[in-house]
Design a protein around this ligand. Structure first.
Ligand code: SAM
Length: 360
């Protein structure tokens, strides 16, 4: 049974680790780039106020550089060099904002170096709350973040990953996710100016069983956790609390709030596409046969994205050394299994563009 303190998400691995290992997410977000460029070309740009871009769930910022750069490029062609552009990167308060500021300031691919009219800033607050003032945002981006739910339902969970769970646990997460998606859209709609746009990229779930392509690596991690219980590295109680508050959303889940009409909270769906996201790490492996590099990429992705949330359920979660040992042991077991039986990690990406219609 989960207690009240089990979080749905505990940020990504710090010290810039997420930035170094989140190639899969970068590849998925790439499918939404044309939508974000189209959004930048279409938003209403009345008045002379600074143009506001919001990046919801930015993590450590590396994967935000390309979309924000592309949007600024399009905006500059419309507004010229003089008008200010403010970029808000937002994430949970526990996010590694230090790495984010470093990347935004110094990365060779940053959007902020050659344009003195661009002003980046960051906010540490959940996107299941209001983050920015009413009708303040012109252009919003949210990539690989809105699959994290706001809280774990307090029911016994029989796996760490939603689509590997059964019965009541699975249903409870789906209910929470549906409620969260409506809350997310309602909040973002309030923050958008009329004529603004929101673009979302999110891992997709298959129509029939909701599977996402991550089931195999989740099952391997679950096996390693069982080994860790057997050897006393974690207790059965700790492992029983471990779960990831993530739901790969099916297209029909994403469109559910719009079922009763064209719009929801003054948002209209302008584009919605499902894309097959082939595992580029696997393509590299097919080309060069480098198994070690493949395992590095898969294990690095898993550790930097998911292990910190699992570690939140350790009794000594606040102790850095305990978290490090746990992460090292889990990664080690995963590497062994991934090396013994390598497989591709193909997944789906849903990309959506919303337009904010009237005020509200
Ligand atoms: C997989 S990362 C994606 C980061 C980046 N957008 C990308 O495309 O690589 C997911 C991010 O969502 C953030 N996140 C999860 N739940 C959140 C919430 N309720 N509010 C704000 N950010 C959240 C996590 O902290 C994490 O940084």
């Amino acid at each position: 049974m989960l207690d009240e303190t089990t979080p749905a998400s505990g940020a990504m691995e710090g010290g810039g680790a997420y930035n170094r290992h989140a190639k899969l997410q970068a590849g998925g977000a790439f499918f939404a780039l044309p939508l974000f460029e189209a959004a930048a070309a279409q938003i209403t740009l009345d008045g002379a106020h600074p143009v506001v871009i919001a990046d919801y769930g930015s993590s450590q910022g590396k994967n935000s550089l390309a979309p924000i750069r592309a949007a600024i490029h399009t905006l500059r062609s419309r507004i010229g060099p003089g008008r200010a552009i403010i970029v808000y990167h937002t994430d949970l308060p526990v996010n590694d904002f230090r790495s984010l500021f470093g990347v935004v300031e110094n990365d060779p691919e940053t959007y902020s170096q050659n344009d003195p009219g661009v002003f980046p800033c960051a906010i540490g607050r959940s996107f299941y709350q209001a983050i920015l003032p009413h009708e303040h945002v012109d252009l919003a981006w949210c990539s690989y973040a809105a699959q994290w739910i706001s809280e774990m339902p307090r029911v016994p969970l029989d796996h760490i990953w939603h689509s590997c769970m059964t019965g009541a646990a699975r249903d409870a997460i789906e209910r929470q996710a549906a409620q969260d998606w409506e809350a997310f859209l309602t909040l973002r709609s309030r923050e958008l100016r009329p004529g603004g746009r929101l673009v979302v990229a999110i891992p997709g779930g298959r129509d029939d069983d909701g599977s996402s392509g991550f089931e195999r690596i989740m099952n391997l991690a679950y096996e390693v956790l069982a080994d860790m219980v057997a050897e006393g590295a974690v207790t059965a109680d700790e492992r029983g609390r471990m779960a990831l508050g993530v739901l790969a959303r099916r297209r029909r889940d994403l469109l559910a709030p719009f079922q009763d009409g064209d719009t929801y909270c003054n948002l209209k769906v302008e584009r919605c596409e499902t894309c097959e996201h082939r595992d580029s790490a696997w393509s590299d492996y097919e080309r060069d046969g480098n198994l070690e590099a493949l395992v590095d990429k898969h294990a690095g992705f898993y550790r930097s994205t998911f292990v910190p949330t699992l570690a939140e359920s350790l009794r000594l979660a606040h102790d850095e050394e305990t978290r490090r040992k746990f992460s090292d042991r889990l990664e080690h077991g995963l590497r062994q299994r991934l090396t013994a039986a390598p497989e591709p990690m193909n997944s789906l990406v849903e990309t959506i563009m919303f337009a904010k219609l009237g005020p509200g």
